[in-house]
Design a protein around this ligand. Structure first.
Ligand SMILES: CC(C)(COP(=O)(O)OP(=O)(O)OC[C@H]1O[C@@H](n2cnc3c(N)ncnc32)[C@H](O)[C@@H]1OP(=O)(O)O)[C@@H](O)C(=O)NCCC(=O)NCCS
Length: 163
């Protein structure tokens, strides 16, 4: 028997992806059962799993992982290598029962810096999360959050315009 016969091999690609107008994707990426709004961008080496919802004009940069039970609003920027988490291993090992996984909700106009990790939390609109931050708790005030665990370093006024 050829040893190659023992391999279960799946091809990365797009399966059952619903998207709005003007969708751009850079292959290879692995996306299945997810929904994206209009004018979205997905860079290379991204995985987006089933039931994920992503709003209009949101951009997902390369090497990011977005797992089941994550919702991301409109006008968000998810930088490179951002990791979302739905299983906390709270019983000492990975939970194979999806009923035990937790949801994450990201509001509108949220920018998440490169290499950030987002545990199952709610993040309100108009938030910046610094590069490398680990978000362990809900964020309910607009502002800039950095570090592990992520803490507020500066409030931002969502109405203020860049000079
Ligand atoms: C957090 C960030 C937005 C800067 O926010 P800011 O309010 O202007 O922060 P400052 O630069 O004034 O720094 C404030 C403090 O936070 C610290 N800090 C800044 N960014 C940090 C980060 N990512 N992680 C940990 N600490 C950070 C600074 O060292 C400073 O600490 P100090 O007060 O002890 O000196 C920026 O540093 C960042 O991480 N941006 C993400 C960019 C990114 O990932 N882009 C991807 C596309 S290339």
């Amino acid at each position: 028997m050829n040893i190659m016969d023992n391999i279960r091999k799946f091809q990365a690609g797009l399966k059952d992806v619903t998207h709005g107008a003007n969708f751009t994707i850079v292959e290879p990426s692995n996306m299945y059962g997810c929904v994206l709004g209009d004018d979205c961008f997905v860079g290379p080496f991204v995985e987006i799993q089933r039931s994920v919802n992503i709003g209009d004009r949101t951009r997902i940069q390369s090497h990011t992982f977005i797992c089941e039970l994550v919702n991301i609003g409109s006008d968000c920027f998810i930088a490179h290598g951002v990791m979302f988490i739905n299983d906390l291993f709270e019983f000492g090992h990975p939970n194979t029962d999806p009923e035990l996984w937790r949801e994450t909700h990201i509001g509108d106009n949220v920018s998440i810096g490169s290499n950030a990790t987002i545990l199952p939390v709610k993040v309100c609109s108009n938030v910046v999360i610094g590069a490398g931050a680990v978000v362990t708790k809900d964020i309910d005030k607009p502002g800039i959050y950095v570090g592990n665990p992520a803490r507020l370093v500066r409030e931002i006024d969502p109405e203020a315009k860049a000079g």
